[in-house]
Design a protein. Structure first.
Length: 342
């Protein structure tokens, strides 16, 4: 038996479905971007089929007499989010193709198999597998897990290796803690994106921004840039000026770290190091700060009866007016509507 409900989002036929790998091109996403699908099944094969919009085909089997499964799905552009709840299940996939999969148990531990050994993934930890990895997970109790599948070439573009062409090192799946500062930021970003998708369909730029922020947070968690040391980096001022010029020209557009790094003719990791050293912020934190500063300048210069706060927020890359107002007040000590009335 399958039970489900569907909420469709904004039609966006011009947006490419994927980034070139076979899974992303083949996944059955309808012409209208699906925001949330909620379904349940009591047969493992049926449940595996239900996951196809967000996952490669998985080998799901029952490990007890009472198999149950339900899931909420959110296929986006370059990543897919889903929240499965499973009882008595084993999930396997040989040699992942074209994706990274991040699994974060929320209420009960998972059991994973890495290099022939069983390992628990506790709530507060995360399990990551990448291209060519075998996935083997066991779920006993009613376990809810927040899962994100990320297109491999998209994730590799955000990798903080020493050179742009250095992809994330391939190896065995890994389990890591979300208790570090970078891990907390990753989980906060993932939770925020899931909450936004559940609340309402997101405009395209908002989805893209969230995806880039999530990929960047995962890259920073796996290989953190912490001290901002810039020893050995030549032309730091020129690099920073080029990056700031690009950011200033694209405050109302979708901006990601790889784009800024290309404009500054440097690597993602060097870009992070220079911004942390010179500004005390990551590149994307600097972008957020500059967007707020730009909205304040616009509000100061505007006639109160000729423009709205919502129009100004949208023009500078903010898509959630309530969240923008809170960020603005935290930064400047007053609501944007107060600034506009001056």
């Amino acid at each position: 038996m399958i039970v489900g409900r569907l909420r469709r989002g904004y039609p966006d036929p011009a947006l490419p479905v994927g980034l070139g790998d076979a899974f992303w091109q083949a996944r059955p996403v309808p012409p209208e971007i699906v925001s949330v699908v909620a379904v349940s099944a009591d047969d493992p094969d049926q449940f595996s089929e239900l996951l196809l919009p967000v996952s490669p085909e998985l080998d799901i089997s029952a490990t007890g007499t009472r198999f149950r499964a339900s899931v909420k799905l959110a296929p986006l552009e370059r990543i897919s989010l889903f929240l499965p709840s499973l009882i008595n299940a084993r999930v396997r996939k040989q040699a992942l193709e074209g994706i990274y999969t991040l699994n974060v148990p929320l209420n009960e531990p998972l059991e994973c198999r890495i290099a022939g050994r069983h390992q628990a993934v506790e709530p507060g930890d995360a399990y990551l597998a990448g291209p060519e990895n075998d996935v083997d997970l066991r779920i006993g109790r009613d376990t809810s897990t927040l899962v994100v599948n990320i297109a491999a070439n998209f994730m590799d573009a955000h990798w903080l290796g020493p050179e742009p062409e250095d992809a994330i090192p391939r190896g065995e799946p890994r389990v890591f803690s979300l208790a570090s500062p970078a891990g907390r930021k990753l989980f906060g970003t993932l939770s925020a994106l899931w909450g936004e998708v559940l609340r309402a369909p997101l405009p395209t730029r908002a989805r893209l921004d969230f995806e880039d922020t999530l990929a960047g947070a995962l890259a920073q968690t796996l290989r953190p840039v912490e001290d901002g040391s810039t020893g050995g980096i030549k032309n730091r001022k020129q690099l920073l000026d080029q990056a700031k010029t690009y950011i200033g020209a694209h405050l109302g557009d979708h901006v990601a770290v790889p784009d800024i790094a290309r404009a500054a003719e440097t690597s993602n990791r060097t870009l992070h190091r220079v911004f942390l050293h010179e500004e005390g912020l990551t590149p994307m934190e600097f972008v957020a700060q500059e967007r707020l500063n730009a909205t304040r300048r616009t509000l100061f210069a505007a006639e109160s009866d000729g423009i709205t706060v919502t129009e100004v927020a949208f023009a500078h890359g903010f898509y959630h007016v309530g969240r923008f107002s809170l960020q603005y007040q935290n930064a400047f000590g007053e609501r944007p509507s107060v600034t506009l009335r001056r």
